[in-house]
Design a protein around this ligand. Structure first.
Ligand SMILES: Nc1ncnc2c1ncn2[C@@H]1O[C@H](COP(=O)(O)OP(=O)(O)OP(=O)(O)O)[C@@H](O)[C@H]1O
Length: 224
């Protein structure tokens, strides 16, 4: 089990009190499987991703990534775990404008102290169908291509956990579907425990499992 949330509660300050964003939530995300998370606006989906990414510490409960209870780590070790074991794909690719596609990926290897990563960057760009565009900069790529670079970048350090937030919100239906197909294939091939937050019900058929968040609780689970 690469990602395991155990009895996680997360609250935010809210006036004089606290707002409960995640309410005693537990979730196991198996390796090599795509778990889709759906739910109404404000139900806690982004909070779930933020906690799983170790960007926000829960008030209570445990977040276990690749066998490590992240609550036991100090700040530096948690940052290292995030860099090396967790891949994050946000809605907007946030690529660096001056770098080529290959360089966007190689920066990740560099940050993790893994050398130049030249071969791996090319292998991943090939896996996402962009081998021929490795030397292009973001403005020379389409929205769908930029999102593919984003996904390849998230996989650069061979993460155990892949966290994906609305990856197709900036794409038309066809390009969005292609990105989802790619995520499903990469999840299986690379054995990541993938969590996909989505508003688009059409994406659910590609998921191995769908869970619904309502008021910070998981209210349903089933097969995709
Ligand atoms: N930084 C914050 N400070 C205070 N309250 C927050 C913060 N972030 C989220 N919330 C609140 O926590 C609850 C859960 O929000 P969250 O963003 O996780 O929901 P969501 O399901 O991702 O929503 P959406 O689909 O609109 O992105 C909401 O009531 C939201 O207003």
């Amino acid at each position: 089990m690469s990602l395991h949330l155990v009895d996680v509660t997360l609250t935010y300050p809210d006036g004089d009190g606290r707002l409960t964003a995640l309410d005693d939530m537990s979730l196991e995300v198996p390796q090599g499987g795509l778990t889709a998370v759906v739910g109404p606006s404000g139900s806690g989906k982004s909070s779930l991703l933020a906690v799983a990414a170790t960007l926000v510490a829960p008030d209570r409960g445990r977040v276990v990534v690749a066998g490590t209870d992240t609550g036991t780590l100090d700040r530096a070790d948690r940052a290292a775990l995030r860099r090396e074991r967790i891949g994050i794909v946000f809605q907007q690719p946030n690529l660096l404008p001056s770098l080529t596609a290959a360089e966007q990926l190689r920066v990740m290897a560099h940050l993790a102290g893994r050398g130049h990563g030249e071969r791996r960057a090319m292998e991943l760009l090939d896996a996402v169908g962009l081998a021929d565009l490795a030397r292009r900069r973001p403005h020379q790529l389409s929205g769908g291509q930029r999102q593919r670079v984003n996904i390849a970048r998230a996989l650069m350090n061979d993460p155990a956990v892949l966290l994906v937030d609305e990856p197709t919100s900036a794409l038309d239906h066809e390009r969005g579907a292609a990105v989802l197909d790619l995520l499903a294939v990469l999840t299986r091939e690379r054995g990541t425990a993938t969590v996909l937050v989505t508003h688009d019900r059409a994406h659910l058929e590609r998921a191995d499992r769908t869970v619904t968040v309502r008021d910070g609780r998981l209210s349903a689970a089933g097969s995709g």
